[in-house]
Design a protein around this ligand. Sequence first.
Ligand code: PMV
Length: 317
Amino acid sequence: MPAFSFSAPGKSILFGEHAVVYGFPAIAVPLSSISLKVTIQPLPVDNKIIIDNRDLHEELNLDTITKDNPYKHSIETIRDYLKIDHLPSMRIIISSKIPIGSGLGSSAAYSVAISTAITAFLGFKLNLEKINELAYEIEKFQHGNPSGIDNTVVTFKRPIYFRKNYAPEQIKIIEPMELIVADTGIKALTKDVVTQVKTKIEREPDQFTEIFQKIAGVTNIARQDIEMNNQHEVGKLMLENHYLLQQLGVSIPELDKLVDIAVKEGAYGAKLCGSGKGGNIVALIPPEKAEKIKSSLLNAGAVFCLSSTIEKRKKIN
Ligand code: PMV
């Protein structure tokens, strides 16, 4: 069997995080400037699967790790999905430029890349819908009850309008959109933040359903504005979405500060992205302001800043 490599991009949620868990729509985009790569190499020995994480300088033998280990779980999920009893010996090399635990899709990129790389290495030809289905199974282990937006945008590598249990719709981009993503450096687990939101909803269902409905309204208008390239309007809607996420209780002062600075320095708009309580903000910017906005965000304490362009693309479906 020849070696096989696959790279999956990061992602950012532009509108609708959290609400999407409860069936409301959301919009996500791939971040092509960061990616995670999985390479599978055949091993000339019997019964050995090695996981070689180049970033963590970690080399694990699948046989010696416990069942609750995410690597083991993902590999066994793929094996079961393919309905095969036994996997051949292989070395699985993982290397990533996507920061972990900051809402930029590192776990989704891992799930998609490992699913694609192993199935292709074994000679299976899975289409993107199947890869997405498999990656979602892997994501469930990491996140409990994920909406599926992360694995879907990473699998299809296109801006999407997403609703749980519906086929994703591709968003038409008629002019490039320039984003800056800035990291507070504060780590928060998606699973924990999603659980905190769930507890609040159970206590005050009416209040939180109203916030979700407002987020859905913003998301639907944003889709139209994105498709008409009204970037000023999209920016204003991002801010509105950020205020609604504040009301949901998932923002923190460090995120609010980065949002304020991005806007003060000329971004069309900005918001926290992903589960919140830490992690990143995403700002939609005029390209000529990129350097100024980035340096102000870094001066204000962002630990990492990246630019990413949402490219204009032809519709595929
Ligand atoms: O993985 P994160 O931090 O980008 O968050 C995903 C977005 C949530 O809506 C909070 C959870 C989900 O499953 O959609």
